[in-house]
Write a protein that binds this ligand. Structure first.
Ligand SMILES: [Zn+2]
Length: 181
């Protein structure tokens, strides 16, 4: 083997090893991101630990007002989401996101028992959930709330967490007009 060929072979081998190492590292990161750090709630549902902490704080506050928050669906594995999606496709069960696109798979979404939109529980959530970082994201699903602490803010005076007015707008302040005479 000539020296030039030998050098090229070494370079080629180094390239192959480096790319394999990078690929492995990337795969490792991806898998890590796919498995959220989960904790179990009292009812047995699981949530991402940060979401669980915020949810527990919200539940405790709701309990002070005589409202019990019950999670019917928290974290879902890919397998569970796949099953729910197939059921939805067959016309059974609630709307379900395509596997890989549900926030339930990240452990940051909770489905809650809310009743009608006029129920005490739903009205409490509409007024307070955003104070704990939870927001509604699916217009047709009043039970589905997601934890997005960085882009969820407490309600502005006169509005609820959903941006709806809670009291009529203030009447304009009358302007004193000077008597021209
Ligand atoms: Zn949901």
């Amino acid at each position: 083997m000539s020296l030039a060929l030998f050098r090229w072979s070494v370079v080629l081998l180094l390239c192959l090893f480096t790319s394999a190492a990078f690929a492995n590292e990337a795969r490792g990161r991806k898998n890590k991101a796919k498995t959220p750090k989960l904790v179990s709630l009292v009812g047995g549902q699981q949530l991402h630990r940060d979401t669980a902490t915020a949810f527990q704080r919200m539940s405790q506050d709701a309990a002070k007002h005589g409202i019990e928050l019950t999670v019917t669906s928290g974290y879902r594995s890919l397998h569970e989401q796949q099953w729910l999606y197939e059921e939805y496709q067959r016309g059974r069960g609630n709307k379900a996101a395509r596997p890989g696109y549900s926030k339930h798979q990240l452990g940051i979404a909770v489905d809650l028992i809310v009743g009608k939109r006029t129920s005490k529980r739903y009205r409490w959530l509409a007024a307070n959930a955003c104070r704990f970082g939870f927001r509604r994201t699916v217009p047709s699903e009043p039970w589905h709330w997601e934890y997005h602490p960085r882009r969820t803010f407490p309600p502005v005076a006169g509005f609820n967490c959903l941006g709806r007015r809670t009291r009529p707008p203030e009447p304009p302040t009358p302007v004193a007009i000077k008597d021209p005479s």
